[in-house]
Design a protein around this ligand. Structure first.
Ligand SMILES: [Cu+2]
Length: 134
């Protein structure tokens, strides 16, 4: 079995176990209204000092999967002069508007702002999520 196939099956299992109907209500609309974005941690809990992956789901405003996006990730804690110790990246497009984000690591508990920037054909949009870290 090749690695990508294995990854898709593993992700499918994780998603089947972890995505609840409420994840749809957590979707944020991007700043310019181009995208509808939600995220899911592939670790059971978002805690400190754990390098883990997220699954980012991106739809267009009319609810179709948004593919071919270039995505960058950044995060900081409001009021604190620091960001992440890692540089998370979108490492794979898994189809259906799902992107794998690797290298998430929060070194301090509290509220974080996680920002995703999206580029497609020189158009940029972005979204910020407020994420409580235990
Ligand atoms: Cu901090």
């Amino acid at each position: 079995m090749d690695n990508l196939r294995y990854l898709r099956i593993a992700l499918g299992m994780v998603l089947a176990l972890s995505i609840s109907p409420s994840s749809a209500t957590d979707a944020h609309i991007s700043d310019k209204g181009l995208y509808r974005v939600s995220w899911q941690s592939l670790a059971p809990e978002v805690t400190t000092d754990l390098i883990h992956e997220w699954l980012l789901h991106v739809e267009t405003a009319d609810r179709r999967p948004a593919d071919n996006l270039i995505i960058t990730v950044s995060a900081h804690m409001p009021g604190h002069a620091h960001g992440l110790p890692t540089q998370p990246r979108a490492t794979a497009y898994l189809g259906n508007g799902d992107y794998r984000i690797a290298g998430m690591k929060f070194q301090m508990s509290g509220v974080w702002w996680v920002r995703f920037d999206f580029w497609r054909k020189n158009r940029r949009d972005w979204v910020i999520f407020e994420v409580p870290v235990k």
